[in-house]
Design a protein. Structure first.
Length: 519
């Protein structure tokens, strides 16, 4: 059996630095308490070298030059802990949620996938950097030895089986997390290292300190065996950031959104997942307080933070919040990553991510809902359709490739041009539209349709299919051609001398229109 423990030293500080990477090179002190009584609860090494002490008042801390002061963020600590769990699940499906700053992994059966224990520890360290965490990793034959080694030794520690007591001996007894009373007793006895504690006779230690003393003695020797309390994997990916000063302009907001997206994508990558949608919520500086919520729906799962940021910026440019922003909450709907497999004779389509970005830019210009793929609506209303999100599918491409011969189609005129129709005994005999005139050679109809009488836009139409023989001089005249747009003139100029068209009479408008032409 082999176990690995991941420990995040100075966890409270790292949680804040993970949200603000620019603080990584500064002396940082965290304060907490009830206003106006603030005191220092954590500080990094640079701040401690500058003279910052735990418990120091905020006013006293502000007298030190070059010290960055931040409030402790429990929200960021929760997000960092979740990222730590994602790091563990990226290697092993069996992990224990040991503490907010510690997780323990069962490495059984993983050597064939990731290599030796040292190689696994190295991969964990590299992946943690992408998650914004600096960690210690230790491996041992039992979980508690790995936990205590990770808490007491920086970097990577690999303990061979049987050497647990020897490798833990030089660590301070505080890594075993005794109670304050027990630690004070050890200090009076002069027991400051695990080796000194392991050298004490266990019987006399039990008489003086009870079972807790025996448990610590086993920890110091590295011989305590137990099973892991396994944590249930979750698919909850949320990142939050609370601003000290409100943000109004899009550029500053995009910088913060990019940082949160980097964190989300790193966590998704650790779990071999991608984002199917991005939900974001802004707390606005209004009276009373209000929120601004949006959803960025994606055509395919995406894990590229730069692409997601561009899409978010385009969406916010089209519909920006109406007040300064105080807090950002961003969540990702996880999904399996996109797998593309093309065929030998299937044409290469555009990259879905680049296509979505292009569509978003066009939508920003022409308006949301005005770009996409037409889709018929389940109704009898003629010509009714809606626009849905465009995404070329591989199945559709295959259907296009395997199509042997073109089939007859109907070309709809939008908008339908008005027409002049001469009737004889209720049947169309001669028509004219778009400068064209001709005789009806064959007619089929009418087909009467009506509906939506309960709405503001009902319809009542009589449709006819007409075969028309156009006059020899029925082409575009100079006068008529000037009345139409160039595109319309081009379409009309291509109409043959004889054709099959669908006309309809709108009883509500009391006018004739041309629905379209049969190819």
């Amino acid at each position: 059996m082999a176990f690995a423990s991941i420990y995040v030293p100075n966890f409270w500080v790292q949680a804040v630095v993970r949200a603000e990477p620019a603080l990584r090179g500064y002396a940082l002190a965290l304060i907490d308490g009830t206003p106006p009584v603030w005191h220092v609860v954590a500080a990094n090494e640079a701040a401690q070298r500058a003279g910052i002490k735990l418990g120091m008042a905020k006013a006293q801390t502000e007298q030190f030059s070059g010290i960055e002061i931040r409030q402790r963020s429990r929200t960021q600590e929760e997000a960092s802990h979740t990222a730590l769990l994602d790091l563990g699940w990226s290697i092993s499906p069996r992990i224990e949620d040991t503490a907010p700053d510690t997780v323990t992994l069962d490495l059984a059966g993983l050597h064939s996938l990731f290599g030796s224990e040292e190689e696994i520890a190295r991969q964990l360290t590299q992946r943690a950097i992408g998650l914004g965490l600096n960690i210690n990793v230790a491996t041992a034959a039992n979980p508690d030895a790995a936990i205590h080694a990770a808490r007491g030794s920086a970097g990577i520690t690999v303990i061979p089986p049987g050497e647990e007591g020897l490798r833990l001996g030089s660590l301070p007894v505080g890594v075993l997390f005794p109670t304050p009373e027990m630690l004070e007793t050890f200090e009076r006895w002069g027991v400051r290292t695990c080796a000194a504690l392991a050298a004490l006779p266990v019987l006399e230690l039990s008489e003086r300190l009870g079972q807790e003393g025996v448990r610590l003695h086993e920890f110091a020797r590295g011989v305590r065996e137990r099973s892991l309390v396994l944590a249930e994997p979750t698919v909850h990916f949320v990142e939050e950031f609370e601003l000290e000063d409100s943000v109004e302009d899009l550029e500053s907001l995009a910088f913060l959104l990019g940082r949160l997206l980097d964190q989300l994508c790193a966590r998704l990558g650790a779990r071999s997942l991608a984002a199917n949608a991005i939900h974001y919520q802004f707390s606005l500086e209004t009276n009373p307080p209000s929120t601004f919520e949006k959803v960025l729906s994606l055509p395919v799962p995406i894990r590229n933070s730069k692409t997601l940021l561009k899409l978010l910026r385009l969406q916010l440019q089209a519909s920006p919040p109406q007040a300064p922003i105080l807090k950002i909450v961003m969540a990702a709907d996880p999904a399996a990553p996109r797998v593309s497999r093309g065929g030998l004779f299937v044409p290469v389509g555009p990259d879905p991510e680049k296509l979505e970005l292009t569509i978003a830019r066009l939508s920003n210009l022409v308006g949301e809902g005005n770009i996409g793929s037409p889709e018929l609506v389940d109704t009898h209303r003629p010509g009714e359709f809606r626009v849905r999100k465009f995404l070329p599918s591989l199945a559709e491409a295959r259907r296009q490739v395997t199509k042997v011969a073109p089939s007859a189609g109907f070309r709809v005129f939008r908008p339908a041009p008005r027409a002049s129709v001469t009737l004889r005994d209720g049947c169309p005999m001669r028509v004219s539209f778009r400068g064209l005139r001709g005789n009806v050679m064959a007619a089929s109809g009418p087909w009467r349709t009506s509906g939506d009488w309960w709405r503001e836009n009902p319809w009542q139409q009589d449709e006819w299919d007409l075969e028309i023989q156009f006059d020899d001089a029925g082409g575009f005249s100079a006068a008529s051609s000037r009345r139409w747009e160039p595109a319309v003139r081009t379409v009309s100029a291509q109409i043959p001398k004889r054709g099959l068209y669908r006309f309809y009479y709108d009883a509500l408008q009391q006018s004739w229109f041309v629905r379209g032409a049969y190819d």
